[in-house]
Design a protein around this ligand. Structure first.
Ligand code: URA
Length: 237
C-alpha cells in the first residue's frame, strides 16, 4: 500500500495534510524518515509513525450512524445530501452503508467497508431481524398484527415474511414497533398500505443485536464497540 493512502486510511489526516507531513519529514517508516508519498509499505509489518505517534492499520471499520431524515442512503447522489456526507473528511473512501433507509426514514444505519459482514446482514436467508418504530395514521389493530404475523401480500411475487407487530398506542394516530426479517423496497410502508394505513414517521431502532443508543443524536456516528461488533457477527452467521 502507498504510504499516503495508509496515512489517510488510518485517519491521520486529509490527503493534503498527509502530503505536507510526509514532505516535512514528520513521517517515519521503521524509524527512517520517509519523504515520498508513493513509497510502498507493508501495512501489516512496517511500523509507521506520524508526528511521533505510531499508527495501527485496521483493515475494516464499523460505524453506527443515526441517520436523520432528508439524506439518501447512497455513497453518491447528484441532488441530495447522502449519509456519507456526515462522515468527517478523513473518513476512508471505501466505506458504504449497509442496506437502505428511505430519505424520510431516521435511525440506525451501519456503515462499514466489510463486504462480507454486509452481505450476511442483508442476505434474505439469514433472517436478521430489523425493528422499526412507526407512527401510523389511523387505529392499528390486533387484526393488523395477525395479518403481519401470517405473512402479508404486498404486491411482490411472494408475500412478506411473517413480521411481529407491537402496538404501543392505538388511536386516531397509532404508535407501534414492527420487526421484519427482510429488507424489501419500502417494506414497512407497503405493509401498512396493505392494511389500509399510512406510515407518518419511521425510525429504525435495531438491526440484529445492534441497537440505536439513546445518546447518539440524528446526524451523529461512532465506531462500534468490540462487544457490539462481536455480537453482530454472531447473529449473522
Ligand atoms: N421500510 C420502509 O418502508 N422504509 C424504510 O426506510 C425502511 C423500511
Amino acid at each position: 500500500m502507498r504510504l499516503d493512502k495508509f496515512l489517510t486510511e488510518t485517519g491521520a489526516g486529509t490527503r493534503s495534510e498527509v502530503k505536507k507531513w510526509i514532505k516535512s519529514g514528520a513521517v517515519t517508516v521503521n524509524g527512517e524518515s520517509a519523504k515520498r508519498p508513493e513509497l510502498k509499505i507493508d501495512e501489516n509489518r512496517d511500523v509507521i509513525c506520524c508526528c511521533g505517534q505510531t499508527l495501527a492499520y485496521q483493515a475494516y471499520e464499523y460505524y453506527l450512524f443515526h441517520k436523520p431524515a432528508g439524506c439518501v442512503t447512497a455513497t453518491e447522489d447528484g441532488r441530495h445530501r447522502t449519509v456519507m456526507d456526515y462522515l468527517t473528511e478523513t473518513a476512508r473512501k471505501d466505506l458504504f452503508p449497509v442496506g437502505r433507509l428511505d430519505i424520510d426514514t431516521e435511525g440506525l444505519l451501519l456503515i462499514t467497508n466489510d463486504g462480507v459482514l454486509a452481505h450476511r446482514l442483508l442476505s434474505p436467508t439469514r433472517h436478521v431481524p430489523k425493528t422499526y418504530y412507526a407512527r401510523i395514521a389511523g387505529r392499528v389493530t390486533e387484526e393488523d398484527g395477525a395479518l403481519f404475523a401470517q405473512g402479508l401480500e404486498i404486491g411482490d411475487d411472494k408475500p412478506a415474511k411473517p413480521a411481529e407487530l407491537v402496538i404501543i398506542r392505538a388511536g386516531e394516530e397509532s404508535e407501534v414497533t414492527l420487526t421484519i426479517t427482510e429488507g424489501r423496497y419500502h417494506q414497512v410502508k407497503r405493509m401498512f398500505e396493505a392494511v389500509g394505513k399510512k406510515v407518518l414517521y419511521l425510525k429504525r431502532l435495531s438491526m440484529g443485536s445492534l441497537v440505536l443508543p439513546d445518546d447518539l443524536h440524528p446526524g451523529e456516528y461512532r465506531a462500534l464497540t468490540a462487544e457490539e461488533l462481536h455480537d453482530l457477527k454472531q447473529c449473522s452467521v
